[in-house]
Design a protein around this ligand. Structure first.
Ligand code: UDP
Length: 456
């Protein structure tokens, strides 16, 4: 077990067991492939990892005892990572301790359930918040034997993803089934935008309860700093015009559209394209990175393009602030954390008019929305922002104000905490009415009633 030192570094445990907190209600967050303790920005490590980690840590600050479960993907990874005294990541052994692509992961989910059950037997989590469809399946399995309340966040929706895929993979029908079951059988779905809620109702089921609670961002970390300072720290010239991409290397992220749009703007000698994200070429996302690098070279953009590799959240504010515009050319984006991170730093965003990006970005006020994969439209929108300094200044101000008002993690966690309390209170009321179910672990009920009022 490792513990966080004041400065954020991991430290061998000063104590070997978790401190007992009789007044804290333990809850479980499940994120089978998105390890909350992982390096963000690599393939399979993106928004979901950030969401679970930030939500977990913020909920712990609000008084919950948070255990976040994921699959162990490397033998030498710690089994338990303690992020703060009341929030930890637990890596369960389910299948080989190596990276397995998402479309081949489902066969290891029964083992994940089995491994989770040993913790469930010990801690009697009365509420499980699952993330992504395979975790939803785990939650539904656990519910068969325990009286647990289920909350689910999709992060990505098969019903949308497969619309654009001509040959569906064999796992598609299982995924679509599970996505429908969790909507109809969970206590509540957390949609991260009204657009996602609408998609669920139109494409998945009219049954089930949905509440909209957006994703958030760390507004203490993502803040505007003087552009000149950020550029000098990163070695970019003061007179360059920087278009920035931040995210994973995945064809669905549409980096190719952005590169081609920049090629259309090549006559602007000051334009620089900065691409942040990805790991080294030997990693699973390396292929897409090589493909993008080849397009950059083919279009004669090598001189004007910087591949910065993966950058941690500690240094990302420098990149956002150094940029004149942040571009999110995704084919689909359920929420898109990068949009609110950039806006929090006062950087206008040009993004595809898809999914949650239509919620976070207000066109003409905090950035511009254009149709996905439309190279010309991206080029025009980028050019509009780069060529009108006065307007860009207004966008910057409005962008950061919008994030401060609507998208802080603490605000998101407060809404989730309130939802959890309501769901648990309803389950207690229901059990009092109909009597305890035979599968109920008795201590859970006692703990509920004692602690619900103490959690904000
Ligand atoms: N990210 C990062 N470093 C990088 C690239 C990305 O920390 O080099 C983070 C980024 O800041 C954001 C997350 O990865 O918090 C990506 O989330 P988003 O919702 O935009 O996309 P997803 O990866 O979920 O598709």
């Amino acid at each position: 077990m490792v513990f966080l030192k004041e400065n954020g570094a991991f430290n061998p445990a000063p104590y070997v067991t978790r401190p007992t907190m009789p007044n804290r209600q333990a809850i479980a967050l499940i994120s089978e492939h998105g390890d909350p303790a992982a390096d963000i920005g690599k393939e399979e490590a993106g928004g979901q990892n950030v969401y679970v980690r930030q939500v977990g840590e913020s909920l712990a600050k609000l008084g919950w005892q948070v255990d976040m479960f994921t699959r162990k993907t490397r033998e030498d990874d710690e089994t338990i990572v303690q992020h703060s005294p009341h929030c930890r990541t637990i890596r369960l052994i389910a299948g080989p301790q190596e990276f397995v692509p998402r479309d081949r992961l489902f066969e290891f989910m029964p083992a994940f359930v089995e491994a989770f059950q040993t913790y469930q037997a010990k801690y009697h989590y009365p509420l499980i918040h699952t993330n992504y469809w395979m975790s939803a399946w785990v939650g539904l399995e656990v519910k068969k034997t325990h009286n647990v309340q289920l909350i689910h966040t999709y992060h990505s929706l098969g019903a949308i993803k497969y619309q654009a895929v001509p040959n569906r993979p064999p796992i598609a029908s299982t995924r679509l089934d599970v996505e429908q079951q969790i909507l109809e059988q969970s206590n509540c779905i957390v949609a991260t935008s009204p657009q996602e809620q609408e998609a669920l109702r139109t494409l998945v089921s009219h049954l089930g309860h949905i509440e909209v609670i957006p994703c958030g961002t760390d507004i203490e970390n993502f803040q505007a700093i003087p552009k000149s300072e950020a550029r000098s720290q990163l070695g970019f010239k003061p007179d360059e015009q920087i278009a920035l991409y931040v995210g994973r290397f995945d064809p669905r992220k549409g980096i190719e559209t952005l590169v081609r749009a920049c090629a259309q703007l090549k006559e602007n000698p000051d334009l620089r394209l900065v691409i942040v994200g990805g790991s080294d070429p030997t990693q699973p996302d390396g292929q897409e990175r090589l493909r993008i690098a080849a397009i950059v070279e083919g279009l004669g953009l090598s001189e004007q393009t910087t591949f910065s590799g993966r950058v941690g959240h500690d240094r990302l504010p420098l990149y956002y602030t150094a940029a004149d515009v942040c571009v999110i050319p995704s084919h689909y984006e359920p929420f898109g954390l990068v949009a609110i991170e950039a806006m929090a730093c006062g950087t206008p965003v040009v993004a595809s008019a898809v999914g949650g990006l239509k919620f976070s970005i207000v066109p003409e006020e905090t950035g511009l929305l254009v149709s996905p994969q439309n190279v010309g439209a991206f080029a025009d929108a980028i050019e509009r922002i780069l060529s009108d300094e006065l307007w860009a200044k207004k966008l910057k101000k409005q962008a950061s104000e919008r994030v401060q008002r609507n998208f802080s993690w603490s605000g998101v966690a407060a809404q989730l905490s309130d939802l959890y309390r309501r769901v648990l209170a309803q389950s207690i009321a229901h059990e009092m009415l109909v009597g305890e179910r035979p599968t109920d672990p008795a201590p859970t009920m006692t703990l509920h009633t004692k602690t619900l009022t103490q959690v904000s």
